[in-house]
Design a binder for this molecule. Structure first.
Ligand code: LLP
Length: 463
């Protein structure tokens, strides 16, 4: 399977993957601010705290496993993205990373727009009070019902993903007596340096319309002819968890090339360009993400330079960060159930959640960090694998991590940087109940998505 190409290395190797730290960190109790949310620290007793509340109290009140989200950090990151471009760009938070009505409200208050990619996300966005004109709708196979709902709601833009969809959206909008603003998503042929499953701009995959072979130009030609839609720009999203800006540079170059072609052929200068999301975050101390203002500066410079060269008026830029806004703001708190040392291999630490609350390790070979949260310890570091309670051996939360040798059942451990693509990809595998998301801020904790119950499960099972 192509997965072996992932730089994280072989999942089941009995040695640490290449490039992974092979020695324990100097201080196991230290919390690297790169991977932990802004207000996370240890109190005088060594207990991990977030928003001024310690995790023992949080576990008592909300149970484990649970995601704890630092609202102050979320708002700060959202604001940093909004201000990064100095008001010269539109920031659409990618709801797929994590969406709830509270999050929609925070985004609205912080001045971000919202990107949704399904009827469910659209319903959450609208129900959370996001003004429809600030919502963008994505997806490679939006249903007629979803499109109709979006157009009826007066959504800001629909990102068209195929030739069929150009006609479909135009037809629905006409039927409803509307002119829907749209962008066309193109694939620019960039190989983003990320896991194959989350790279999206190379040609051999399902998203967008290829630039190659004049297909994107043909899509534009057709879109410009239809009166149910107003083509406002071109969209490109090259992948996710990307650190290297060169992929964006090539993408911008090619998108601007298409804008020039459109100007030359149709005499139209499209006013917008959307460069998607995909900016990486730190999951371990080894990751080095860039700050929003650095990314904004780099993207603005690239687009401006390319447009000057093509003698085009620089279009308005939009971006769609998901992970980079919410990812670092939350951690998952688990209780240790069993500790199983395997001679000469490693120690297996079983926690009360697993692949149902974090599928990323199993699916993408993702790396995570973990810390003993309910106390500090001076015991010798031991190489551990943190695993879940599911019935398969791939149920791994943290592949390789050092934890104190006196770790015992009842201890709480916390896995940072689980704000993105963990709750949103959570499942009921083995009929395990999905954990709650608890927002913590200034000494107050509030459930924003409640824990699933057995009644919830049984309600769907009609017997
Ligand atoms: N815009 C579009 C069109 C997208 O498809 C995505 C992500 C984003 C923005 C946001 O990307 P972000 O800034 O969050 O990287 N489940 C995978 C990630 C899949 C991303 C899908 N599209 C993971 O857990 O890594």
């Amino acid at each position: 399977m192509s997965r072996s190409a992932h730089p994280a290395g072989p999942r089941h190797a009995d040695v640490l993957p290449e490039g992974h730290y092979s020695a324990p960190p100097a201080d196991l109790n230290a919390l690297d601010p790169k991977v932990w949310a802004e207000t996370v620290t240890r109190d005088a007793d060594g207990v991990l705290t977030v928003g001024g509340i310690d995790v023992k109290r949080l576990a008592e009140e909300f149970g484990t496993p649970a995601y704890f989200l630092d609202e102050r950090d979320f708002r700060a990151r959202a604001r940093a993205w909004r201000t990064a471009f100095g008001g010269d760009a539109d920031v659409f938070y990618a709801g797929k990373a994590f969406l709830s009505r509270a999050v929609v409200r925070w985004l609205d208050e912080e001045g971000l727009n919202l990107d949704v990619c399904s009827g469910g996300e659209l319903a959450t966005a609208l129900s959370g009070g996001m003004p429809a004109e600030r919502i963008a709708f994505h997806g490679n196979n939006k249903s007629v019902a979803e499109i109709r709902r979006a157009v009826e709601a007066g959504i800001g833009r629909i990102v068209l993903d195929s030739f069929q969809e150009i006609v479909r959206v135009a037809h629905i909008a006409r039927e409803l007596g509307r002119r829907q603003r749209v962008q066309i998503r193109i694939t620019v042929g960039v190989e983003a340096h990320t896991h194959e499953f989350i790279a999206t701009a190379h040609e051999d995959q399902k998203f967008g319309i290829p630039l190659a072979g004049g297909q994107a130009a043909e899509a534009v030609r057709r879109a410009l002819q239809l009166d149910g839609i107003e083509l406002i720009g071109i969209h490109s999203h090259i992948g996710s968890q990307i650190f290297d800006m060169s992929g964006f540079e090539v993408a911008a170059h090619r998108v601007v090339g298409l804008l020039r072609e459109i100007r030359d052929e149709h005499g139209v200068e499209l006013p917008e360009i959307d460069l998607g999301g995909g900016l990486g975050i730190a999951y371990t101390s080894g990751d080095d993400p860039r700050e929003p203002h650095e990314i904004a500066k780099a993207l603005t410079e690239i687009v401006t330079r390319e447009c000057e060269a093509a003698r085009l008026t620089t279009p308005r830029i939009s971006v769609e960060p998901g992970r980079a806004v919410v990812g670092p703001t939350a951690f998952t708190l688990y209780e240790v159930g069993t500790v199983k040392p395997l001679e000469g291999l490693r120690t297996y630490v079983s926690v009360d959640g697993g692949m149902s609350d974090n599928i990323r390790t199993a699916l993408y070979d993702a790396e995570y960090s973990v810390a003993l949260a309910s106390r500090v310890s001076d015991a010798e570091p031991v190489l551990c694998r943190v695993v879940g309670k599911h019935c398969e051996s791939g149920d791994i939360v943290v592949k390789d991590a050092f934890l104190p040798g006196d770790l015992a059942p009842g201890d709480l451990v916390a896995v940072p940087a689980t704000g993105a693509y963990c709750r949103s990809m959570a499942s009921n595998y083995n009929h395990v109940l999905r954990p709650p998301v608890v927002a913590v801020r200034d000494g107050e904790a509030r459930v924003i998505v409640r824990r699933e119950t057995e009644e919830d499960l049984l309600r769907l099972d009609v017997g």
